[in-house]
Design a protein around this ligand. Sequence first.
Ligand SMILES: NC(=O)c1ccc[n+]([C@@H]2O[C@H](COP(=O)([O-])OP(=O)(O)OC[C@H]3O[C@@H](n4cnc5c(N)ncnc54)[C@H](OP(=O)(O)O)[C@@H]3O)[C@@H](O)[C@H]2O)c1
Length: 297
Amino acid sequence: MAGELLGQVVIVTGAGRGIGRAVAGELAAAGARVVLVARTRADLARAAEEIGEDRATPVAGDVTDEATAAAAIARAQEWGGRLDAVVNNAGVGWRGATHEMPVDAWRRLMDVNLTGVFLFTRAALPVMVAQQRGHIVNIASGAGRAGMAGAAAYSASKFGVIGFTEAVGLEVRETGVKVSVVEPGSVQTTFSERAARWDWALQPDDVARVVRAVLATGPNVWIREAFVTPRGRARGRRPGRRRHRARPLARLPPPGTSRESGRRCSRRRSQERPWSQTTVPRNRPDRGRSRTSDGSA
Ligand SMILES: NC(=O)c1ccc[n+]([C@@H]2O[C@H](COP(=O)([O-])OP(=O)(O)OC[C@H]3O[C@@H](n4cnc5c(N)ncnc54)[C@H](OP(=O)(O)O)[C@@H]3O)[C@@H](O)[C@H]2O)c1
């Protein structure tokens, strides 16, 4: 086995399927041994068997549980003899109108998408700082660069992952540890029923190759952020068509009607608009550039 990650030991969360499964396979192909974390034991067993049990080992658990992070670090050190990197990939989504989102669903999403990243980072950093080497790669989303209508909690969590990555990366910069974020646009996975139909989107292997490249850089190179989107747009999408129709918003007053009185009012004040059509101030060109145009998940 040869490869640019030869001998390294990497923890990948959410490795049972989708992007995480592809990342685990790609890193193993680059010579790494991988610790696979997810809740579904059958997915982990299948992934470990496919990758090769000398190259992959499962740790079943929830990333919101501190014990899962501790178990994954311990497994990396006992089974692999070292810890070189963590890929924080496990994540969940929620679509719908913000005012109809159950508080429990908000808390659960933040727990998985943001606290899970924190817990694995918190568990890995003492090891990495002590050895003055290591790399944490967090999987955010295009929805963490531009707010996505109908997915406010998800967007907020992914904005959080990007900010957390930047802050921790600067915090440990002088210790030899790197912290990076990969922000995929739409990827065809089982993340949602919609995502499973996106044959125009990125494939999990596309994202996996980016993660491999981010990890394979030399000691003096730090790729802080990689924003990766499908080259083209979804087939069949009409320009200007409203893309994020959160079903419950249909119960709000129709466009052009004031919420309080039901009277007609200006489009600017009353109409819900998807983020892709939001006006960008002319004096903030940087904001305009950061917007995704592909309905990223
Ligand atoms: N698909 C997209 O379009 C897209 C775009 C940009 C970013 N992303 C991000 O990429 C990451 C992976 O997405 P995906 O599309 O590959 O999703 P996916 O196909 O649904 O896979 C998610 C993986 O995470 C695991 N997971 C979920 N909750 C977990 C928890 N609480 N503890 C441990 N593992 C958990 C799942 O396994 P179990 O359910 O068995 O635990 C599964 O292995 C997510 O962070 C997502 O936000 C996705």
